[in-house]
Ligand binder design. Structure first.
Ligand code: SF4
Length: 130
């Protein structure tokens, strides 16, 4: 699983964009929680419960794992599965995987819908989310 991810350039004008890490609502899967706990983080440090699901915790308006001085993810190699798929997201109303147009690089990710969309749906189904 760890090798499956969407590869896009997260830099805009030579700086990390970080947009997707502000006011994040990224859902955490069981294996995300297990991986981060193994790294030594306490669940209550990085996660909050929303509508019965665990999501990343925000601190000062950004993900607890974001370094706001650089907009870099401090756990990048261990980041949650949802972050690896972003800007691919599941659209509840259509039931399809789409790209989040909030991402400045979303056009680069369009090609991943065909190759990765079904994988994301499979994981969401396995986790009982869809
Ligand atoms: S875990 Fe990393 S990539 Fe995911 S929202 Fe937090 S800072 Fe961003």
């Amino acid at each position: 699983m760890a090798k499956v991810y969407v590869k896009i350039n997260c830099k805009v004008s030579d700086k990390y964009c970080g947009k997707c890490c502000y006011n994040t609502e990224m859902i955490l899967f069981r294996e995300d929680v297990e991986r981060l706990v193994k790294l030594g983080y306490k669940t209550e440090y990085f996660a909050v419960k929303r509508e019965g699901k665990l999501v990343l915790r925000n601190v000062d308006g950004h993900c607890v794992f974001l370094d706001p001085s650089t907009n870099k993810c401090t756990i990048y190699p261990h980041r949650p599965i949802g972050c690896r798929f972003y800007p691919l997201v599941y659209d509840v109303s259509s039931g399809e995987v789409v790209v989040d147009k909030e991402c400045p690089r979303y056009k680069e990710a369009l090609r991943y819908i065909k190759t990765h969309g079904h994988l994301l749906k499979r994981i969401l189904a396995r986790e009982g989310i869809i």
